[in-house]
Ligand binder design. Structure first.
Ligand SMILES: Nc1ncnc2c1ncn2[C@@H]1O[C@H](COP(=O)(O)OP(=O)(O)OP(=O)(O)O)[C@@H](O)[C@H]1O
Ligand SMILES: [Mg+2]
Length: 280
């Protein structure tokens, strides 16, 4: 049934992701199924720790899933190697982060132009493109300033311009208004909505912000790493740690550490038993 949606620009199936800190598992996503159509303005909502950033990072090919599949623009991104993922991101996906992530020593214009240069465009053309997108987000007159000479809202506009400069089909924004006051946050949302309508860019935005949720063309609710219909429909019984984070997915370094620990214990036990036998 779910697979009868060939037009999806983002298609995730049975996505699982668990983080490991040493041998300690932290489940993040558990069986996510998701279809996003081109041109949608979707907001991912959920409590802190519900898995919003993890899901965006997987869709943006910044991290790998433990199992499941993700198709973005029809491409199986989990099957790509690092280089292919980097190239795919550069061509197709723009990112906007909570902390702006601008390069401090570059001007606003250079920050935006840099993405175009990474795509192989010349410096002059890149600067012209940067001017265009800074104009689109209404700070064309501030292109010469460095990030520390701009307000939080202006820096986030630079980040949106940078995300748009590569003309991506998709923009992933992780808590884009979290560091902004509510008025500036609202302006930013209107700006993104306007760009979505005019350019047809697909937006997937994670947020706690009620204003962002209100602006959503579609709201997806995440709870405990799962998509739910309503906040009170969190699946019961709760997912067990063993099923969410199978030991088989333990990172290689930890598996090796475990292996050597077991070997050491075996040798120690052998010695101890050997000694006891000799004494008896
Ligand atoms: N690098 C990591 N190492 C260990 N656990 C992690 C890591 N990143 C995320 N997690 C865990 O994965 C779960 C989902 O985290 P995630 O950051 O996706 O949540 P979130 O919904 O974005 O939260 P927030 O609203 O606070 O940003 C949490 O339990 C978190 O502690
Ligand atoms: Mg987050």
């Amino acid at each position: 049934m779910l697979d009868q949606t060939p037009t999806s620009i983002i298609k995730a199936r049975d996505l699982h992701k668990c983080y490991w800190v040493g041998t300690m598992p932290f489940p993040a996503l558990h069986g996510i199924n998701l279809d996003i159509e081109p041109g949608e303005f979707t907001v991912l909502a959920g409590r802190s720790g519900s898995g919003k950033s993890t899901l965006l990072n997987l869709i943006g090919a910044l991290e790998s899933a433990d199992s499941g599949s993700i198709e973005v623009l029809g491409e199986n991104i989990l099957a790509m190697n690092q280089d292919q993922r980097t190239r795919f991101r550069l061509q197709n996906i723009g990112f906007v982060f909570q902390a702006y992530n601008l390069i401090r020593v570059f001007s606003a214009r250079e920050n935006v132009a840099y993405v175009c240069q990474l795509q192989g465009k010349g410096k002059k053309e890149s600067m012209e493109i940067a001017n265009h997108w800074l104009g689109e987000v209404e700070i064309g007159h501030l292109g010469y300033r460095r990030p520390d000479q701009l307000s939080g809202g202006q820096q986030q506009r630079v980040a949106v311009a940078r995300a748009l400069a590569s003309e991506p089909k998709i923009i992933l924004a992780d808590e884009p208004t979290a560091n902004l006051d509510s008025m500036t946050g609202r302006h930013l949302i209107h700006l993104m909505q306007d760009l979505n309508r005019r350019l047809g860019t697909t937006f997937l935005i994670s947020s706690h912000d009620p204003d962002v949720k209100q602006a959503a063309g579609r709201l997806i609710k995440l709870a405990d790493g799962q998509i739910v219909d309503a906040w009170d429909s969190i699946p019961k019984p709760p997912i067990s740690l063993a099923s969410a984070c199978p030991v088989g997915n333990l990172p290689l370094t930890e598996r090796l550490r475990n292996y050597f620990r077991e070997m050491r214990n075996k040798v120690r036990n052998k010695k101890r038993h050997g000694n006891t036998r000799r004494h008896s």
